[in-house]
Design a protein around this ligand. Structure first.
Ligand SMILES: [Ca+2]
Ligand SMILES: [Ca+2]
Length: 340
């Protein structure tokens, strides 16, 4: 019986070892991976005309990272990026200006994706071009001297960052500077712009009738505005008065013009000193330009009449082709105020 007991014990030992090796014996299990909790409090902030910064709250301790999705109005969601675990911010770049975007974020790991965060929407900033005269009388980049035969430098002066244009010494010089439009973009339905500048004129000088003229010439329409010492006018293509106001052009004002083509013509509005109600508005549609190419916008004047002189001052100018905006509807660049 002693040998039988030994054999039984041996068999039992072998069986036990076999059980241990086969994994049937109890052992420590890794915890099952579960999906991460969804991020919350997603916020989208426009940093510029092309950049948006996202921030969110990370609510999970088991994510491998976050997936970021974006869409425009009426479009499908697209994943644009992933970021690593515990990251709670992302800057999206290369966006279009003045465009509304939607974002949502979710966490993910090997078990799958979390629910989505809230959706955040944001509109990128307007793409303003900015020019603030400092140490040269030359026109801003993108504009050209309006009279190449008699450059601006010959009759413009600059003091304390203010450009002065004075035609009284040489009326024939016709000082101005102008922006040539891309003719393809300057079409009805597609053309909208806003131009803002701080300016004033002089009064009490014989034959000085204007402070500033904004003149627009295209293949379809021509017209503009005149800022006079005692009023502001919209002109049609032949210079006929369309409308007047009591604005005193001799004082500093911030003039905010919008121009847009619609089926009826070139529609213009004028706002003063940030007031969102236009003081003038109407079509500038009386006459096609006699100078169809190039199409341009001009600040200054080309009158050579000695009874039609002007002395004008301009501090800075902003312009954008993103839209015909009302003051207050969009941010203007830092450092510029609509209240003179
Ligand atoms: Ca986390
Ligand atoms: Ca200035």
């Amino acid at each position: 019986m002693k040998n039988s007991l030994k054999i039984i014990l041996l068999v039992l030992s072998v069986v036990l070892i076999a059980l241990l090796i086969s994994g049937c014996a109890p052992k420590e299990q890794p915890p099952a991976v579960t999906k991460p909790f969804a991020p919350t409090n997603l916020v989208a902030e426009a940093l510029s005309a092309t950049e948006v910064r996202l921030t969110w709250q990370d609510n999970s301790n088991n994510e491998d990272g976050f997936k970021i999705e974006r869409k425009k109005e009426g479009e499908d969601w697209t994943q644009i990026a992933t970021v690593e675990a515990n990251v709670t911010t992302f800057t999206d770049t290369g966006l279009n200006s003045n465009t509304k975007y939607y974002y949502r974020v979710k966490a993910y790991n090997s078990a799958g994706d979390s629910d989505y965060s809230n959706e955040a929407e944001v509109t990128t900033l307007v793409n303003w071009s900015v020019y603030d005269w400092t140490n040269t009388v030359e026109p801003p980049t993108g504009w050209i001297d309006g009279n190449l035969n008699y450059p601006m430098a010959n009759f413009c002066t600059l003091q304390d960052g203010i450009l002065k244009m004075d035609t009284t010494s040489n009326a024939a010089a016709t000082p101005s500077f102008r922006f040539n439009f891309d003719s393809a973009s300057c079409q009805p339905g597609s053309f909208k712009m806003t131009i803002v500048f701080k300016a004033k004129g002089e009064v009490g000088i014989t034959n000085v009738t204007r402070a500033w003229t904004l003149d627009i010439q295209t293949t379809l329409y021509r017209g503009g505005f005149e800022i006079q010492p005692t009023q502001v006018r919209i002109l049609n293509g032949t210079g006929t008065l369309v409308s007047t106001t009591g604005v005193t052009g001799a004082d500093w004002h911030v003039y905010w013009f919008t121009i847009e083509y619609n089926l009826d013509g070139l529609y213009a509005r004028l706002y003063v000193d940030g007031n969102p109600t236009p003081i003038l508005e109407g079509n500038i549609n009386a006459a096609p330009s006699t100078i169809p190419d190039p199409q341009f916008m001009r600040l200054g004047d080309t009158s050579t009449s000695t009874s039609n002189l002007y002395i004008g001052y301009i501090d800075w100018i902003l312009w954008t082709f993103d839209g015909a905006f009302v003051p207050g509807q969009v941010q203007i660049p830092e450092g510029f105020s609509l209240n003179p």
